[in-house]
Design a protein around this ligand. Structure first.
Ligand SMILES: C[S@@+](CC[C@H](N)C(=O)[O-])C[C@H]1O[C@@H](n2cnc3c(N)ncnc32)[C@H](O)[C@@H]1O
Length: 292
């Protein structure tokens, strides 16, 4: 966990351990014990504790552990980091423009997966990039996250105009074409783009929640850094099985160092191509109660 927070720490060691074990079980996230993480957990869970009307953090954690199925969505939303932006890591979209052209020119439906899409900016950036090629619009974006609240935002497709201020001129021009003003402070992605982008809850830590389909391109960026490396590699292998032969997996730049493994060839900028089939490597299954 990377947010900058002050160093006060009055979450007990026992409560920290219980909460960090639970988030690992529910979503696979690894939150090592450190003063910074204790403080971060305390800040985020204190908000939730107040919202849910509990007297203190320990009381909330008791109820959480007794009813993980009921409480999990809010707990998972509170402890995941959803930082994202439109056209984040822009060279991935420059590459997608080139690759998308080749794929769309093959005349079949191109399928893409944004595998930890947060509030949807990544998925809509993919959709705008492909739509803007002005070829037949035969593509479908499957976009997913473990955080249901983030997905509600993504489905609505409404964003503050302040989230566009850091875009370059070409991205702004694309935006003008594919979004409509709601009022001076908000825009909404156009209906055609929203129709091509399907948002669903998928837990990368629980393969039984994954889509059955295979994809031409999978973006799985800036999420595996929160997993232990052995678990991250197991997820990468399982993602690779969801790629069509010749398909591409795009990781966050900070994740490019994750080991290159059988069947994947790095082509630069944390982009990997599947050049042969990989061995099956099932992930541990979470139970229905554990699922967020
Ligand atoms: C930092 S955001 C990255 C968003 C986007 N991919 C990007 O690069 O801008 C990390 C996202 O991963 C999601 N996440 C965390 N654990 C997950 C899990 N087990 N399964 C699916 N998504 C998860 C979080 O909810 C959050 O929205």
């Amino acid at each position: 966990m990377r947010d900058g927070v002050s160093q006060s720490q009055d979450i007990s060691a026992a409560d920290f351990a219980r909460a960090s074990q639970l988030i690992h079980r529910l979503a696979g996230l690894h939150i090592p014990d450190s003063p910074k993480n204790r403080n971060l957990l305390k800040l985020r869970l204190t908000k939730l504790t107040r919202k849910r009307g509990f007297e203190n953090l320990s009381a909330y954690i008791e109820v959480l552990l007794a009813n993980p199925f009921v409480e999990a969505p809010d707990f998972v939303a509170a402890l995941t980091t959803g930082v994202t932006s439109f056209f984040r890591e822009p060279n991935h979209f420059t590459w997608l423009r080139r690759r998308g052209k080749t794929l769309l020119q093959q005349g079949r439906c191109v399928s893409l997966w944004s595998a930890a899409c947060s509030t949807g900016q990544e998925a809509y950036s993919m959709a705008m990039t492909l739509a803007d090629l002005d070829l037949a619009k035969t593509f479908h974006i499957f976009a997913s996250d473990v955080d249901r609240h983030a997905l509600d935002h993504a489905k609505a497709g409404i964003y503050s105009t302040s989230s566009l201020v850091n875009l370059g001129p070409s991205e702004r021009a694309i935006f003008k074409k594919y979004s409509d003003p709601v009022d001076p402070e908000y825009i909404r992605m156009q209906e055609d783009l929203r129709r091509r982008t399907e948002f669903r809850t998928v837990n990368l830590h629980d393969e039984s929640s994954w889509p059955e389909a295979t994809f031409d391109v999978i973006f799985c960026r800036n999420v595996l850094i929160y997993f232990r490396s052995a678990e991250a590699v197991a997820i990468l292998l399982a993602l690779t099985q969801r790629l069509n032969l010749g398909g591409h997996l795009v990781l966050g730049h900070v994740e490019a160092g994750l080991p290159e493994f059988i069947g994947l060839r790095g082509i630069g900028h944390a982009i990997f191509q599947k050049t042969s089939d990989v061995r099956p490597h099932p992930l541990p299954k979470a139970t229905a109660r554990q699922r967020a």
